[in-house]
Design a protein around this ligand. Structure first.
Ligand code: RIB
Ligand code: CA
Length: 322
């Protein structure tokens, strides 16, 4: 068994962010080294509180949680509370956190963490890209220090926030433009693929056997998510970015040149994805498909691992019982 891959997740929990974090914590192939938060689905205060609550509920008190940017670089803040609920985790209500967030800003935490272990840490961004943009602007070398950089964001077909723009990109188009222009090859998982990974009734049934992880987090959050999004089950977008770090073989990718529209009256936040390189170097590997069955096998196995390690309710943070 190769050594687990270190992963740092920038997120805006958010229901699917919560599943992504649970997957990262439970998966034997991954070693979660940090969470950074950004305003997105709900406010920064709530995304940070949710990350802290998840840390203690799942039982990884030693992993730092660093709060980042509340709003976008230029555009006014938008949120997705109509999809994720006002608290951000749908019908799941986790206990108040007792441990505090990391003292420093998320941007400095990202830079310092990658600088301390160059080439060793996979960076995954599953919310608006504001923290990542500020980090590459402050320290451009992070594009070399990151082992890889995976995002859930964008689309080469249609958006979900507008007909043209996916939420994470629409929430901060200028940040996304900076990130795609930073010199690394972004591993992009967009709606085109994430909308095929649905938490169907059959998947939910497999989650019902996961004890308190199922009854207190997965089911109440996904049942809410299912009511607020169409299809025959909610798409678990962000979990795909973490699954990609754990097993990139789940996906098929095509190199592309990705630009981000920042000035379009109707298209702001659109990822303009050109698979015809025309002699240009690609700045992204764009996911074109996922093996959904193998994705759910990996995810549910990781959830089962997380469920087996869940601390006792009300235990002291940091102790084996909570
Ligand atoms: O469009 C899906 C993305 O927007 C996911 O990251 C979800 O959490 C929301 O942030
Ligand atoms: Ca998210």
């Amino acid at each position: 068994m190769p050594a687990p891959k270190k992963i740092l997740i920038d997120c805006d929990p958010g229901i699917d962010d919560a599943l992504a974090i649970t997957l990262a914590h439970g998966c034997d192939a991954l070693d979660l080294v940090g969470l950074t938060t950004v305003g997105g689905n709900v406010s920064l205060d709530l995304t940070t509180s949710n990350a802290l609550r998840l840390r203690e509920f799942l039982g990884f008190p030693q992993v730092p949680v660093a709060a980042g940017s509340a709003g976008a670089l230029v555009v006014s803040r938008i949120d997705a509370s109509e999809v994720h609920g006002f608290g951000g985790l749908g019908g799941a209500v986790l206990p108040e956190p007792r441990l505090k967030a990391h003292d420093g800003h998320a941007v400095d935490f990202i830079i310092d963490t990658l600088a301390a272990s160059p080439g060793e840490i996979s960076l995954a961004a599953v919310g608006p890209l504001t923290n990542i943009a500020l980090a590459v602007r402050r320290e451009p070398r992070i594009v070399e220090w990151a082992r890889e950089f995976v995002i859930m964001g964008g689309s080469y077909t249609r958006g979900n926030r507008t007909p043209a723009a996916e939420f994470n990109i629409a929430a901060d188009p200028e940040a996304a433009a900076i990130v795609f222009g930073a010199g690394w090859t972004v591993i992009q998982i967009g709606l085109d693929v994430s909308l095929t990974a649905l938490a169907t009734g059959q998947v939910l049934e497999r989650m019902r056997g996961l004890g308190r992880l199922g009854s207190e987090l997965l089911i109440p959050s996904l049942e809410f998510y299912g009511m607020t999004t169409a299809h025959d089950g909610p798409a678990v977008h962000d979990a795909l970015a973490v699954a990609c770090v754990a097993d990139p073989g789940l996906f098929e990718f095509t190199p592309a040149v990705v630009d981000v529209e920042t000035a379009g009256r109707f298209t702001s936040g659109m990822t303009v994805i050109d698979f015809n390189l025309r002699g240009r170097l690609p700045n992204a590997n764009v996911a074109r498909s996922i093996d959904v069955e193998r994705f759910w096998d990996l995810t549910l196995e990781s959830f089962a691992q997380a469920a087996a390690r869940l601390p006792w309710p009300g235990g002291l943070p940091g102790s084996p019982r909570g």
